[in-house]
Design a protein around this ligand. Sequence first.
Ligand code: AHM
Ligand code: MG
Length: 330
Amino acid sequence: MNIRTGFSTLSRFILAEQRHYPEATGDFTLILEQIAFAAKLISWEVNKAGIANILGAANSSNIHGETQQKLDVFANTKMIQALDHLGLLCGMASEEDEGIIPIPDKYPKGKYLVVFDPLDGSSNIDVNVNIGTIFGVYKKLGVAGEACTTDFLQQGRRLIAAGYVVYGSSTMLVYTTGRGVNGFTLDPSVGEFVLSHPDMMIPERGKIYSANEGNFERWTPAIQKYILDLRKRDNPYSARYIGSLVADFHRNLLKGGIFLYPADTKNPKGKLRLLYEAFPLAFLVEQAGGRATDGTQDILDIVPDSIHQRVPFIVGSKLDVDDYERYVKE
Ligand code: AHM
Ligand code: MG
């Protein structure tokens, strides 16, 4: 048995990782553990949603004008509560909140910034389809103290950690601190994340494409041609689209393939959010040997101009993303 998967809880693994950084204080370890704690609470709530009358819309909208699902609100609150009191963060930003989330006055401020999509794919909650949480961690640049909006407008390359949790047939947490990608499965009997997928690498080329083909007529001819050519091959690619980014991304990470949510005539800037969705998953896929682009440049090279910026997002196996870029750049 691989000793790394034999009995490695997330805490033990993080601790071992920390030893690679002699200057580490353990602060960062605590942040990851708290994110994992929030994920356990969300996982539990997601699993009992059907019987707890928590399904359905809350009486509020998020800043994108979408109806917030009750579980969205719950997940957002748990992420904030898990992180705001540590004395390690100077602010947070969530897909669900218009402005940045300050650290309450009663708590000390630290140097870290956390961004998250607390419950991605939430339109799928009512139909019992996988959903997820996406997160990224940065360090504040410049002077210490309370964060302001511009502190969050860092290139994705400056992330120091990123990951996601997928609430599926089991709950998995996958993360990177820039030293490879590792996946942990929640053992519900003891409530611990256990290392189940060490050193994850995405195949260099896949056989799957994931896109909302209902948007086909809204795409540019180059994107249409790319998809048509995938279908026309002697061994055509398989179409797989769940409509939950985390779930689609997770499948493609394991099996190889490409996920595309390009710009279209309805969403000329793309649909997905740069800070909460694209940056963390792009950081992670690069660590796993894959690529992420907006069609013209690597996602991680984009300098954001607002915290809720949207972006065309194409991510997956390196050779598949290379092919896509060739089509749209021609
Ligand atoms: P959200 O649930 O955080 O708002 O995320 C947006 C979701 C993604 O999970 C998914 O990839 C995409 O929107 C699906 O969009 P569409 O229904 O247009 O295919
Ligand atoms: Mg989302």
